[in-house]
Write a protein that binds this ligand. Sequence first.
Ligand SMILES: Cc1cc2nc3c(=O)[nH]c(=O)nc-3n(C[C@H](O)[C@H](O)[C@H](O)COP(=O)(O)OP(=O)(O)OC[C@H]3O[C@@H](n4cnc5c(N)ncnc54)[C@H](O)[C@@H]3O)c2cc1C
Length: 426
Amino acid sequence: MPPYAILRKMYDVFGLKEMAKESFARQLERKISGEEPARESRGSDPAAQLISTIELCRVSPGLLTSLGVSSGLAAGTINKLGTPAQMERWALDLMTLDKIGAWAITEPDSGSDALGGMRTSARRDGEDYVINGQKTWITNGPYADTIVIYAKLDDGSGEEMRNRKVLTFVLDKGMDGLVQAAPMRKMGQHGSPTGEVFLSDVRAGRDRLLGEREDPKGGGRQSARDNFVAERAGVAAMSLGIVEECLKLSIDYAKHRRLWGTAIADYQLIQLKLAQMEVARVNVRNMVFAHIERSSHGAVPSFAEASAMKLYSAQAACQVADDAIQIFVATATSPSTGSSNSVVTRESFVSTPAPTKCRSSRSRKTSFATSSSRHPVTDVADRRHRSNPCTTASTRAPCRDSRATSGRTPRASRTTPGLTPRSFES
Ligand SMILES: Cc1cc2nc3c(=O)[nH]c(=O)nc-3n(C[C@H](O)[C@H](O)[C@H](O)COP(=O)(O)OP(=O)(O)OC[C@H]3O[C@@H](n4cnc5c(N)ncnc54)[C@H](O)[C@@H]3O)c2cc1C
């Protein structure tokens, strides 16, 4: 099930929509007055943004990913690079969640090498640009109303692809030649739809080029790098939520699970795991709160600092989740036994045979929602407060809907060994 209704409800309940409007008004004012834009998504206070990130990630990191990409990356890029008219046209609706945004840079042959390896091109044609290419692993890609897309300028000069100028466009759902593929099936982050976006001769006027010029200040490559800094620091806060929740669940389970006549929490091997989880929690918490403190005084982490935060905290979250699985063992791994606190291992996800066709419109509609695949890291808190989630979760493999959401069939995509984007299998 796409997460947007839940996110919108959260915005209504906590008054976040109003905060988003106020934040947008401030950013627009700064833009009109020529001031350097400040990055704001859920209000201007870094503590409010990152503490809500931590709390959301206790429950569903996927929800946060969808929200962060839409109101942070997509709206943030438009606010930073766009003209006031472009901000009003697209960013306000993204910040209030009236519309959903995607931010598309990754391509099948350019992941880490996102800018150098990018092949999506924008060719000048009169006043317009004609965009061709393919993006993959795009959060909210299947459903986004507004897509911020990066493309290399093809000015006919024959400049080597790696060195070409990078332009940033905003596209709307339904534009001719734009295909938003169905959600991929993933091993985690089920609360966040991810998909491919195909561009075949998509015609974009200059009004869709952010800043309406090919070299806006801080545009193209710099804009992408700035976004990586915000995203990487945010991942540390996401990791903290995951670590805290894993630790809390593990302590609780260890106290209650009795073997050989005693709670497993009495065994030193279990205590060592819990102690190491606590060390990780303290380290990641210190890192995140030091970042909040510095950010509230206007400091922006360097690219290297943000990358270090992401590397350390993501590894810590994975290790803690792995330790949690070692404590829960079978209870953590089986979706079908009806045991509580279940998650599905990577192996069981990968080996789950999926039907080749959706058999009914019902199964097609519910394919995403009924996925029983759960990953301990990314869906940890789906387990929270549920006495027995597995008795309600379907063990049926999600069906593979081979159609793009627009109804057109795109070109075959690269597949990743062991993690098959099933949206295009027939
Ligand atoms: C759930 C999810 C959501 C995503 N959402 C978005 C999105 O909204 N928008 C978007 O644009 N992208 C998105 N992505 C894509 C993400 O940004 C890429 O997965 C990421 O950039 C890594 O690319 P890759 O997966 O192709 O790995 P690759 O780049 O192919 O890396 C493969 C391996 O090679 C290693 N490697 C790479 N370069 C070097 C080097 N120089 N030296 C040594 N080792 C190296 C990597 O560390 C990795 O271990 C998403 C991905 C996921 C999984």
